[in-house]
Write a protein that binds this ligand. Structure first.
Ligand code: DOR
Ligand code: ZN
Length: 458
């Protein structure tokens, strides 16, 4: 019998090995994986001409802003940017309007995304002071996990106080879903922000000083304490400090189910870059010095930082308070909003690092596909080139070179600190359950995205 789609004459990459051959996909799942000779005939057969066939890459941290903030991004534009960047599944953040804070809103987001998304998606529910009773209903509605914004962020969502955390952590443990946390201590953050402001330091370069490492480190240690007591699956989003990475390493060594992600900006940028690209690089937590980046790299290579995720957080340039090159147009960095695009630029940036020898392509697919799928309990449906797994593939051309051009990104708004960056290693095909969604950098698919629900006991 013919397969629906056959990709042949490529290099198939898994965390364990790279081999010459291809894959066949039928009814949305892999049905053959092997040498060219072993592949069946297909209704559609593509010779990928020795390009690399990776398991569909996952960005487990994006803000697609739908519903309620669709002037910044929506599920159509965000998912188009995702597939154009080689991403086949995303995890969407809940700081939208209204927030994804109960079962009804999980359903609202599911319907919005199913009608617009070019990639598969998973939905997180936000937990705050007054919705601990919504934790289990959100799980029943198909949420993949939960998020708490301990740090101040877009949407100004309140966080549960330590008393309420007793209830919250206990209910989340019962749900068997992971809790991800924006771990920044607001008191430390307010103290330093007020101090730096009082000193009249308003240039972009001072942003990092308003949230020094202690801000994140205290937050992480506090939350690991709760997670350990309640046996909660805890995931640290956007880890930016060496202290956070080390605490996650130690928690893992104690047998806790504590995981972490970091993003390309924490690995490849420095605070001094804010003098060049200004508010474009303003993010929470802030970009930090090399001593932190070195440890985050070490964590990624040695298994204590689990994954790359981008924190794709688009805003209009007016909200960013700068022009497309980062020239600040507002009086102070405080007036410029925090966050920038990432979902479309992460894969080429990281493949460039692979080409430089910083890690193998096999390790990259582990931290950009297998591990995110495992942490969010979507594995092995997602995150694997394996028989019966979803037929998600990212095809990459490791020799192709390019320059990141903000004007060519597919998001609704394109603030990016990566404009002008030279890359080598570019995604040229994104396939979601056998549907070709991007080819040669252009979106070619329809809104076929499906919501991913957790595979418990995975
Ligand atoms: O800078 C940020 N912006 N950090 C976050 O954690 C959230 C994000 C946003 O929603 O724009
Ligand atoms: Zn975020």
């Amino acid at each position: 019998m013919k397969a629906d789609l056959v990709l042949k004459n490529g290099w198939v990459v898994t965390p364990q090995q790279t081999f010459k051959g291809g894959v066949a996909i039928s009814n949305g799942v892999f049905v053959t994986i092997g040498t060219n000779d072993s592949l069946p005939d297909g209704n559609r057969v593509i010779d990928v001409k020795e390009k690399h066939i990776l398991p569909g890459l996952i960005d487990a941290h994006v803000h697609f802003r739908d519903p309620g903030m669709t002037h910044k991004e929506d599920f159509a534009t965000g998912s188009t940017a995702a597939v154009c960047g080689g991403i086949t599944t995303i995890v969407d953040m809940p700081n939208v309007i209204p927030p994804t804070e109960n079962a009804e809103q999980v359903g609202v987001k599911k319907r919005i995304a199913e009608s617009k998304s070019l990639c598969d998606f998973a939905v997180l529910g936000v937990i705050h002071q007054t919705n601990s009773a919504d934790i289990l209903p959100m799980a029943r509605a198909g949420a993949i996990g939960y998020k708490i914004f301990f740090g101040e962020t877009i949407g100004n969502l309140p966080f549960p106080d330590d008393g309420m955390c007793i209830e919250v952590f206990s209910n989340i443990t019962e749900s068997k879903l992971p809790l991800c946390v924006h771990a920044e201590n607001r008191q430390i953050q307010h103290y330093w922000t007020n101090k730096i402001k009082a000193e009249g330091k308003s240039d972009p370069i001072y942003w990092e000083q308003t949230r020094p490492y202690l801000c994140e480190a205290e937050g992480v240690s506090h939350l690991i304490f709760f997670a350990e007591n309640f046996k909660t699956k805890l995931h640290i989003v956007h880890a930016s400090t060496k202290q956070a990475a080390w605490m996650v390493r130690d928690a893992k060594a104690r047998g806790l189910r504590v995981t972490a992600e970091t993003g390309p900006h924490y690995l490849l940028r420095e605070p001094s870059d804010m003098a060049k690209v200004g508010p474009l690089l303003k993010m929470n937590p802030p970009i930090r010095g090399k001593e932190h980046a070195d440890v985050l790299w070490d964590g990624l290579l040695n298994g204590y930082v689990d994954m790359i995720a981008t924190d794709h957080s688009p805003h209009t340039l007016e909200e960013k308070g700068c022009d497309i090159n980062g020239k600040m147009l507002k009086p102070a960095i405080w007036d410029c909003i925090s966050g920038f695009c990432g979902v479309e630029t992460s894969v080429p940036l990281m493949l460039t690092e692979v080409n430089k020898g910083r890690m193998t392509l096999n390790h990259y697919v582990k931290i950009a596909s297998e591990n995110p799928a495992k942490v969010w309990q979507m594995y092995p449906k997602k995150g694997a080139i394996a028989l019966g797994s979803d037929g998600d593939v990212t095809i990459v051309d490791m020799d192709k070179e390019g320059t990141i051009d903000p004007r060519k990104l597919h998001s609704k708004n394109v603030p990016t600190p990566w404009g002008g960056w030279k890359v080598k290693g570019i995604p040229i095909g994104s396939i979601v359950r056998g549907h070709i969604q991007m080819w040669d950098g252009e979106p070619v698919g329809k809104a076929i995205g499906q919501m991913q629900t957790p595979i418990l006991n995975a």
